[in-house]
Design a protein. Structure first.
Length: 119
């Protein structure tokens, strides 16, 4: 099954629990991705230790695509969710992997935030 769902909203779960939390939940954070109807289309799971991550992404009919990332990827992923649109969650059964796709057409070279740095 190949899946492509546009992400309209998201909820960040940033886990706490003290120094022993990794024995209960190896994730540091997860993001619930919501579609047009407000229902979950999948989760982005960020692991404290890459060795504890599942070997491949998966698709669950109830919870949607489950993508697995190292904790170090969190800043880049949250930046995409905050600043880009449209953005899609995709899952490919043949490769047992998913991704986030930004836009549907190529973005022009040099398009960016001109006012980020003073001239």
């Amino acid at each position: 099954m190949n899946v492509s769902k546009e992400i309209k909203r998201y909820i960040v779960h940033y886990l706490a629990g003290g120094k022993n939390v990794s024995s209960r939940d190896p994730r540091r954070a997860f993001i619930n991705l919501l579609g047009e109807d407000g229902k979950s289309v999948g989760f982005l799971n960020f692991y404290r230790n890459p060795e504890s991550m599942p070997d491949k992404d998966r698709y669950d009919p109830t919870f949607g695509a489950q993508l697995y990332y190292s904790w170090q990827d969190f800043p880049q992923v949250i930046d995409l969710l905050r600043n880009e649109k449209p953005i899609y969650l995709r899952y490919f059964e043949t490769s047992i992997a998913g991704d986030l796709l930004v836009g549907v057409e190529p973005e022009p070279v040099g398009e960016g935030e001109d006012d980020v740095l003073p001239r």
